[in-house]
Design a protein around this ligand. Structure first.
Ligand SMILES: Nc1ncnc2c1ncn2[C@@H]1O[C@H](COP(=O)(O)OP(=O)(O)OP(=O)(O)O)[C@@H](O)[C@H]1O
Ligand SMILES: C[C@@](O)(CCOP(=O)(O)O)CC(=O)O
Length: 446
């Protein structure tokens, strides 16, 4: 089995736009993280007279493996032969074979080896294995039994599986080509939404493919209206949706200003995104038109945050010395009125958080529960911290801080009982979406 290509996609943190981004009216700001999902592609001659196969391996999780068989001459029906379930893996295979419609007579078998960086899951009793290029944690439990940290592992998984299969069935795939990125994105969104059984905003898949972006969602009906009854219809509909339909969404690439980064704190009390979303939607409908005003206020805060970030980038470019002095003032902790840009960013996030606290009180959805408010307020007092939020849907999962690159948050909080509930994740924003890797970089892990 000769590894032929390899790809990786980033995890995500939705800094502003949570909940509102479910409505195409509103923008969000998503950072792609350094924690990545990887996939190594190997091709084998197909020895099946009547079928070709796709095998997905996840050695890190108790040597999990999912084997899919596609019958020759069938209408690309995908069968999982071992009775094991991984909806995201199966959907990626189904969407790809229906979109690419590889020639059943000549299609080779494919083996996809998945690797996920450590920050996606709790460390638990895992073992670290590495080579000179990568290191991964190996758990003695199956994937569904290992607690996750909510960095979007399913979105990253689907994105790398789609890219890997496309590289086999379509050939000459270039992940740097905007057109190929669009194809990967559209296919991954369909697979991810259909695997989840619902159409979220898709910000996580968009970040996995395009990297750090300002994101405004596509119309959910594009995917909801896909036919599922007749496989032949499905294959035709998929091709029209992926290649001939304008999805009309925003995914403008962004990067944080130089010398500033995101640090993620895992609070690991866990939250159910779906339940939070349902409670917020119910609150919104029951409190119109006041709830629309609250959402408008949150959106204004989101936009002011995005503008403040852009102003900082401009300052760093036009007045580098002033910008450097600003970073040093932030690091010293004596930065009450560091600059108009920092003040704008802080006031914007305060506006967002105060309105999410209101929704938390009124809806029963713990977007920013009091324990998270207290933790964030303590974090804001640390040297080098610009601002902080409960990312994404909110809840008890995590906090995200915007800090200077030189701020040493773990050292400032080590041994301090006020921060005993938070584990700082060893990751940062990395901005890159799907990238091609070297297959040899995944060999001889020990
Ligand atoms: N390394 C992996 N190998 C195989 N399947 C994986 C892997 N990582 C994630 N998955 C699939 O994704 C599922 C987890 O996706 P889920 O949407 O529940 O959480 P998440 O995407 O990690 O976090 P969140 O959606 O909160 O950002 C797993 O149950 C499994 O089906
Ligand atoms: C609540 C929501 O807007 C964001 C969810 O973010 P996360 O899964 O908590 O990182 C849902 C969505 O955008 O699909």
């Amino acid at each position: 089995m000769q590894p032929s290509r390899a790809f990786s996609a980033p995890g995500k943190a939705l800094l502003v736009g949570g909940h509102l981004v479910l409505d195409p009216l509103y923008e969000s700001y998503v950072v792609a993280l350094s924690s990545r999902m990887h996939c190594v592609v190997s091709k084998l001659p197909s020895n099946g007279i009547d079928h070709f196969s796709v095998t997905i391996k996840s050695a890190q999780f108790d040597s999990d493996e999912w084997n899919y068989k596609i019958l020759r001459g069938s209408s690309y029906e995908v069968l999982e032969v071992d009775g094991k379930k991984n909806p995201f893996a199966k959907k990626a295979v189904e969407v790809l074979v229906n979109y690419c419609q590889p020639d059943p007579q000549t299609t080779e078998n494919v083996v996809l080896e998945v690797f996920s960086d450590s920050a996606y899951h709790s460390t638990g009793t895992s073992t670290l294995k590495k080579n000179e290029y990568n290191q991964f944690r190996f758990h003695d439990s199956t994937i569904t039994k290992v607690p996750k940290t909510g960095l979007g592992s399913s979105a990253g998984l689907v994105s790398v599986l789609v890219t890997s299969l496309l590289s086999v069935y379509q050939g000459n795939l270039d992940v740097n080509s905007p057109n190929d990125q669009k194809t990967i994105h559209n296919l991954a969104q369909v697979a991810h939404c259909q695997a989840q059984g619902k159409v979220g905003s898709g910000f996580d898949v968009a970040a996995a493919v395009f990297g750090s972006i300002i994101y405004q969602r596509f119309d959910a009906k594009l995917i909801e209206n896909l036919p599922t009854e007749q496989p032949a219809e499905y294959a035709q509909a998929i091709r029209i949706l992926i290649d001939l339909t304008d999805w009309n969404f925003t995914h403008d690439k962004v990067t944080l200003p130089p010398g500033i980064r995101v640090i993620m704190g895992d609070v690991s009390s866990g939250s159910e995104t779906t339940k939070l979303v349902a409670k917020v939607k119910a609150w919104y409908q029951q409190n119109l038109p006041r709830s629309l005003t609250v959402f408008h206020c949150i959106n204004q805060g989101n936009l002011k945050f995005i503008e403040g970030i852009e102003k900082l980038t401009t300052l760093s470019r036009e007045s580098p010395a002033v910008y450097q002095e600003l970073l040093e003032k932030l690091d010293s902790g004596h930065d009450a009125n560091a600059s108009v840009e920092i003040t704008q960013i802080r006031h914007a996030i305060t506006q967002v958080r105060e309105n999410f606290q209101l929704i938390t009180r009124e809806s029963g959805a713990d977007i920013e529960p009091s324990s998270q408010t207290s933790l964030l307020e303590r974090c804001l007092k640390l040297n080098g911290v610009i601002t902080g939020v409960v990312p994404g849907a909110g809840g008890y999962d995590a906090i995200a801080l915007l800090v200077t690159e030189t701020a040493d948050i773990p050292s400032q909080t080590s041994g301090n009982a006020d921060f005993s509930t938070v584990t700082w994740l060893d990751l940062h924003q990395e901005n890159m979406g799907i990238v091609e890797e070297k297959p040899s970089h995944y060999l001889n892990l020990q």
